[in-house]
Write a protein that binds this ligand. Structure first.
Ligand code: GRF
Length: 230
């Protein structure tokens, strides 16, 4: 079982992202609402001008741009990232568009969380929503999982899904899935903050608990499904 932080002290997370940062925003909103007992101690982006940096600044969180230098190898880059996030209990990848290497994995074993816009193990990698449409899937969704060396292949924590509408375009579907991401990423963080996640034989086990169970936004979107503890 992952240990919860000492009573009364919030889980300290660093968020890594490359883009818009709407998932960071969802986390911050839930923290502010008192739904997630975490503190975002640092935001790092690998891309200049990424909106995620602006969102962090607006929330008064220290944010840095750590761009890979030309010819910089992954271990050296990740060592610089690590120095930046020092003090965080967990790393959250929220639209971080880079492969995670050994340096980060060794420093945060089973303590890196990712959100991916597909019902894993389907459609790993880039453009997952387009992959689902191209495959003719009838349902799609998103997954939170623990990051391992296998791209989008680590133990699954939560999933939320919906039925794809006939004729639905990639941007339309992406938007609906993003709404679900904004539910399950903060929810996963809260489960971590409560010390309720364990990994047994490569699978996540969620210990019982009552938090959020009476919330009317679970499931958040009408017609979507959501499950916990599978
Ligand atoms: C999300 O769809 C996430 O699943 C994917 O990148 C997107 C990031 O969105 N990995 P945002 O930057 O959080 O708005």
């Amino acid at each position: 079982m992952h240990e919860a932080p000492p009573a009364g002290s919030p889980l300290r997370v660093a968020v890594l992202g490359s883009g818009n940062g709407s998932n960071l925003q969802a986390i911050l909103d839930r923290i502010r609402a008192g739904d997630v007992a975490a503190q975002v101690v640092r935001v790092v982006s690998d891309r200049p001008g990424a909106r995620i940096l602006e969102r962090a600044n607006q929330a008064g969180i220290s944010a840095s741009l750590i761009e890979p230098r030309p010819d910089e190898k992954r271990p050296a880059y990740e060592a610089r990232l690590l120095a930046e996030v020092a003090g965080a209990d967990w790393l959250v990848l929220a639209g971080y568009m880079r492969l995670v290497g050994k340096t980060l994995l060794t420093a945060y074993p089973n303590r890196i969380l990712n959100i991916h816009p597909s019902l894993l193990p389907k459609h790993k990698g880039l453009r997952a929503v387009a992959q689902a449409l191209a495959a003719g899937d009838t349902e799609a969704g998103c997954t939170t999982h623990i990051v391992t060396a296998e791209l989008d292949g680590g133990p699954i924590v939560l999933q939320a899904g919906l039925r794809i509408r006939p004729g639905e375009t990639e941007p339309e579907l992406q938007k609906r899935i993003l709404n679900l991401e904004h539910l399950i990423l903060p929810r996963t963080l809260q489960l971590i903050a409560e010390g309720r996640l364990a990994i047994l034989q490569g699978r996540v086990v969620i210990a019982p608990g009552a938090s959020w169970m009476t919330r009317s936004d679970l499931p958040l979107v009408s017609g979507a499904w959501y499950s916990e503890g599978f």
